[in-house]
Design a protein. Structure first.
Length: 101
């Protein structure tokens, strides 16, 4: 996501469109591992870089159920860097509303 930018002067929202495609429209087709990759990319990009990113993170987490949710957290925490699930939820997501959902 870092290399793909939204260009305000041209009114093209390429980054936003890609994030929404993966996190909203095609979320049911993503494996747990793919969801981890999308969440990690959003963390590296920094969530405030895109105004819809927090809602997309919320959608990915809430659309992951039961054992898949446990696997998602395990994979997020096992990447070997400081971009873990705790950091995502409690540090990166600034909106109290999104965090509490």
């Amino acid at each position: 996501f870092y290399k793909i930018k939204d260009h305000r002067s041209f009114k093209h929202q390429h980054r936003t469109q890609l994030i929404e495609l993966l996190a909203l429209e095609k979320i049911s087709q993503l494996t747990v591992h793919s969801r981890v990759i999308v969440l990690h990319a959003l963390q590296i990009m920094k969530l405030p870089a895109n105004m819809r990113a927090e809602h997309c993170v919320r959608n990915i987490i809430l659309s992951t159920k039961q054992d898949d949710l446990s696997e998602l957290k395990t994979l997020m925490d096992a990447k070997g860097d400081y971009f873990c699930m705790n950091k995502l939820i409690y540090d990166d997501i600034k909106s109290e509303i999104v965090r509490n959902e």
